[in-house]
Design a protein around this ligand. Structure first.
Ligand code: ADP
Ligand code: MG
Length: 363
């Protein structure tokens, strides 16, 4: 039984005016058999976090435990981890079979055990017909399967991934995702997976940890984080297309709460007390493009000029110009904007409000 427990992890690079705080006090626990994805934009500290967990990087502060073992100061080779990166480092002169068996061979396993474990892994990875090929004869996706297989045969205590699919095209990514899930489920250890790709994070994970500028913004099940983002950052980062934002002002009028977006006015259905401290103040409105209706009659919503449509299949992404800037709405696949004038109708009950300074969700 294992479990990753990260407490108050910090990592700084450089000193004085050159100092970079790459990780700024992270707490995260990953249970045995749990798949947790660290997701966030480039440079937010994902790789540094993973390198600290693996032992490749020494933290500036905080602790990392595997089960009841404090591994904070243990070197990487004493942590029994599997690590997969974007760059796939297979031995070019060895066959796929030899590559997958190599770790076991070093560990002193006999040939029968090696063959058995490689065969089992190859079946799980659907590469039994590739075992006698050289890595150079395989596609990127198949090479990554072999790298997975090599880790699988070693039966690691912890599985760590850093953007293993970044080099693969969209189809290979979609094919590989369920394979990664199956393999990690099979091993049943804690998995820490790093990606900047929110779609990958949403589809693969038990929980996602959204990272921004060295700290965790929100940790939770993908659907909960999507439905109930706790900050403007999370709302904008999770979900495709991204949440659309507008600047507005809240005020109270006769016991009801009004939200002004320049000349447009929305009546919120909540009690004024809900917005204590924000009445009379500027707020940031966020709404998912799926909750923006498009009306032919411009007077029914925010005046908008249609720019272009992108057909996604079951739905269309429609771009509009408004006085608030560009706004994206999800429309029916039959919709054709024809560069005409429309009214954008925001579903009041789907409106999210954020503090414009801190980005914290206030409603
Ligand atoms: P991510 O993986 O999310 O893109 P990283 O963890 O690689 O982010 O980097 C986080 C921050 O730490 C960045 O500002 C990066 O430039 C900095 N950083 C990472 N590694 C080093 C290093 N070895 N020396 C100095 N700065 C580093
Ligand atoms: Mg990285």
């Amino acid at each position: 039984m294992s479990r990753i427990n990260i407490q108050n992890l910090t990592k700084e690079f450089g000193t004085g005016s050159e100092k970079i705080v790459a990780i700024d006090g992270i707490d995260l626990t990953i249970e045995d058999g749990e798949f947790v994805t660290l997701v966030g934009p480039s440079g937010c500290g994902k790789t540094t976090t993973l390198r600290c967990v693996s032992g490749l990087e020494k933290p500036t502060g905080g602790t990392i435990d595997f089960g009841d073992r404090d591994v904070t100061d243990l070197p990487v080779q004493e942590r029994n981890i599997a690590l997969l990166f974007q760059d796939i480092a297979l031995y070019p002169h060895m066959s796929v079979r030899e590559n997958m068996a190599y770790g076991l061979k070093i560990a002193g396993a006999d040939k029968e055990t090696r063959d058995e474990r490689v065969q089992e892994a190859a079946e799980l990875l659907q590469i039994t017909d590739q075992l006698d090929k050289r890595p150079a004869d395989l596609s990127g996706g198949q090479q990554q399967r072999v790298a997975l297989g090599r880790s699988l045969t070693r039966d690691p205590e912890i599985f760590l991934f850093d953007e293993p699919m970044s080099d693969l095209d969209a189809k290979l990514k979609r094919d590989l995702r369920p394979v990664v899930q199956e393999v990690t489920e099979h091993i049943g250890c804690p998995v820490l997976y790093v990606t900047h790709d929110q779609e990958e994070a949403m589809t693969m994970s038990d929980r996602i940890a959204v990272m921004n500028d060295g700290h965790l913004e929100q940790v939770g099940e993908p659907k909960h984080v999507y439905r109930d983002p706790k900050s403007e950052f999370v709302s904008g980062f999770i979900g495709q297309p991204s949440t659309q934002f507008f600047d507005g002002t809240l005020r109270e009028n006769d016991g009801t709460v009004l939200l002004d977006l320049r000349d447009y006015q929305f009546t919120l259905h909540e009690d004024p007390q809900t917005f204590d401290g924000y009445l009379g103040k500027d707020v940031r409105l966020g709404i998912r493009p799926q909750q923006i209706g498009v009306e032919d009659d411009q007077s029914l919503g925010i005046a908008a000029t249609h720019k272009l449509d992108e057909l996604l299949g079951e739905e269309t992404m429609s771009y509009f110009d408004t006085e608030f800037g560009e706004v994206i709405a999800i429309t029916d696949p039959k919709f054709e904007g024809d560069k005409a004038e429309y009214g954008l109708v925001l579903d009041v009950d789907s409106i999210m409000l954020f503090d414009p300074d801190s980005g914290v969700r206030i409603h």
